[in-house]
Design a binder for this molecule. Structure first.
Ligand SMILES: CC(C)(COP(=O)([O-])OP(=O)([O-])OC[C@H]1O[C@@H](n2cnc3c(N)ncnc32)[C@H](O)[C@@H]1OP(=O)([O-])[O-])[C@@H](O)C(=O)NCCC(=O)NCCSC(=O)C[C@@](C)(O)CC(=O)[O-]
Length: 608
């Protein structure tokens, strides 16, 4: 399948043209959210004079922020910073920036208005920045603005664009972004310009498209450019942007519109459109401006209408139940709370002051409960949830309480305890669900991955942080590798980087990602309510059949034998679930409430 790369320019090109003042935390939050959507490139800011662009006067505060520093250091996404001169480059270097963008205009009038110099002087400045950046092993991207027309000089001659593109490539830019700054171009011009550049020797794979949407032509221009061979496009969430020196110019094409168009055409963007639409709505609200994304507005309106409809048959967790589940407290061993709702049990880690780090008592408490419940047919689902900011920060590392470096007997005991814990959850006959409301580390990730299913808040992340502590994710490795797959797990373990829900969603390691503004407990209730339609022993068989798949390998004799055994068991005349399920089907009931069935059976047992 063909794919394109999208360069999100909202935090820089978008915000620099917004009239309202934008608090720095909003900018950082915007970058954080965008980085979790699967975008591979997010332009962070521009190191410019505060007099020239007051909206980006906090650029060094943004770059110094701990989260942005992590983004810059871990190199998971490209995070370019726009640099006008050598002074800006020095600041970028001090902040650990790994990629810069330089810019020139193809027209004299715009160059003078924008950067107060001629086109050639602008190219010379860009060259000085690019050369110094290359000396420091930074990647350099180049922008050419006013590719079709200039507000001062009128139409831009094609050779002027070619000259800029050539010089930018010669100075070491790995890619040239062609900018229709005024948003006046139409697809026929786009095709003509690209053909001209390619015929003149500019490699098409070095070109990117940067289209503004003043005349509503941006998406059409992108499609035309795609048909000519371009595979990289700049865009801005919610269509943020404009240009102070190009009166009337609208913002960049909205990222949501570009993602929608490509994904509908079967071209992969790698971006989670639903998350992006949420960000477009959120940032437009923050800036008190209309959301300029047509696709974003349409998708938001549609999901709003859906929410207002009564609940229909659904995939788990998609509909609001008319009522939240009623959870009744059962017990509260140290550091835990255990609550029950029908056949569902929730084990809540409740040591929020220490990030729910797992003490010996907590490990034993969870293990004992899960092992005991394995024998209880009236409990069909087990949830692991948490209170507080963190889901679970892993093994207790506290002074005096940590089992690390405490002698052989302590090590052996801790090994047994942790192995028993993760095995007990993995082998539970019940459907197990981790409800991950916040970041998880080390053994906390083990808890989440020992479960069959994960529901995660967008605020959550999983970090296999052990190597940073001089440890390794030993006892949790079985579950982590099973759920993430070898290459992904290896990289996550070796980098100790946070893995965010969007990335997990892409590899199918999370069932549902809950928006930060939504209540994850309500989403869990929805999910459990939808699971009512799945028979409990049949779900247990599903778990066994999947286990045979990953444990015994595909097609081996033990897998074959296991499948046969389960088939015979399921088809047997004494399988009460199959008998009941078929009877209900033949009566026309296609929405069997298996929770009611389980609870009725429990009542019968209690009477006997
Ligand atoms: C979570 C952040 C980022 C918050 O970072 P922060 O927001 O800066 O907050 P903080 O560091 O001040 O933490 C808040 C409180 O939680 C405590 N805390 C937090 N974590 C733990 C912990 N594990 N054990 C004991 N206490 C912990 C921490 O000590 C503090 O308590 P206070 O000082 O206020 O009383 C930071 O605290 C941190 O990096 N914690 C360590 C997380 C980590 O790396 N966990 C992995 C543990 S090793 C492990 O699990 C091994 C295992 C099981 O996987 C091996 C195997 O597989 O066999």
């Amino acid at each position: 399948m063909d794919k394109v790369r999208i360069v999100e320019v909202g935090p820089r090109d978008g915000l620099q043209n917004v009239k309202t003042s934008i608090p720095t935390p909003t900018k950082i939050e915007l970058i954080k959210r965008l980085q979790q959507t699967g975008l591979q490139s997010v332009e962070i800011t521009s190191v410019v004079s505060p007099r020239a662009i007051p909206q980006l006067s906090d650029c060094t505060t943004v770059l110094s922020n701990a989260h942005i520093q992590r983004v810059l250091q871990n190199g998971q996404i490209r995070a370019p910073v726009l640099i006008p001169n050598l002074k800006g480059l020095e600041i970028a270097l001090q902040h650990g920036v790994r990629e810069v963008a330089v810019f020139v205009s193809a027209s004299e009038g715009f160059s003078r208005a924008n950067i107060n110099c001629s086109v050639q002087e602008g190219l010379d400045r860009a060259k000085a920045v690019a050369e110094r950046a290359r000396e420091n092993n930074l990647a350099v991207r180049g922008y050419v603005s006013c590719i079709f027309a200039c507000p001062y000089d009128g139409p831009t001659p094609l050779p002027a664009v070619l000259d800029c593109a050539r010089q930018l490539l010669d100075m070491g830019c790995y890619e040239i972004s062609l900018g229709d700054t005024l948003g006046v171009g139409v697809p026929s011009q786009t095709e003509k310009l690209i053909r001209f550049l390619v015929d003149a020797g500019i490699p098409v794979e070095k070109l990117a498209g940067h289209f503004h949407d003043t005349y509503g032509q941006a998406v059409a221009n992108i499609w035309a450019a795609y048909r000519c061979g371009l595979r990289v496009f700049d865009s801005s969430v919610g269509g943020l942007g404009g240009c102070p020196y190009a009166p009337g110019a609208k913002g960049n094409v909205a990222t949501e519109d570009v993602v929608y168009m490509f994904e509908q055409a079967g071209v992969t963007t790698g971006v989670d459109l639903a998350s992006l639409v949420g960000i477009g709505t959120w940032i437009s609200e923050q800036l008190r401006k209309p959301n300029e994304s047509r696709a974003g507005n349409a998708i938001s309106a549609k999901s709003l209408r859906k929410k207002q409809l009564p609940a229909l048959a659904s995939t788990p967790g998609q509909n609001r139940p008319s009522q939240r589940l009623q959870w009744t407290p059962q017990s509260a061993p140290e550091g835990l709370q255990i609550v029950k709702s029908g056949p569902n049990v929730k084990i809540i880690l409740d040591r929020p002051r220490n990030g729910n780090a797992l003490t010996t008592t907590m490990i034993c408490g969870i293990t004992d409960y899960v092992e005991k419940t394995a024998q209880d047919p009236s409990t069909t689902r087990l949830v692991i949830a948490s209170t507080g900011k963190f889901f679970c920060t892993g093994m207790d590392l506290g002074k005096g309480s940590s089992p690390v470096a405490q002698g052989q007997a302590t090590v052996d005991a801790q090994f047994k305890r942790l192995t028993r814990l993760f095995d007990a959850i993995s082998n539970a006959p019940q459907v197990t669900i981790a409800c991950v409301q916040g970041p998880a580390f080390g053994g906390g990730v083990g808890l989440a991955f020992a479960c069959d299913i994960r529901i995660m808040s967008q605020k959550a992340s999983v970090t296999l942080s052990e190597v940073k502590l001089g440890l390794c994710p030993a006892t949790i490795s079985k579950q982590v590798i099973r759920e993430l797959g070898v290459p992904f797990a290896r990289e996550a373990m070796l980098s100790a980087r946070p893995v965010f829900p969007a990335e997990m969603a892409r590899i199918g390691a999370v069932a549902k990602v809950v928006d930060e503004s939504s209540d994850i407990s309500a989403a869990l209730d929805d999910y459990l309510t939808a699971l009512k339609q799945c028979a409990p022993s049949a779900s247990g068989m599903v778990k066994e059949i999947v286990k045979l798949g990953w444990q015994e390998g595909s097609g081996g004799p033990r897998q074959e034998e296991g499948i046969r055994r389960l088939f015979v068991e399921m088809m047997a005349s004494d399988n009460p679930e199959a008998a009941f399920g078929l009877e209900q089907f033949q009566k026309g009931n296609k929405r069997v409430d298996w929770d009611a069935y389980t609870l009725a059976k429990r009542r019968v047992h209690a009477k006997l």
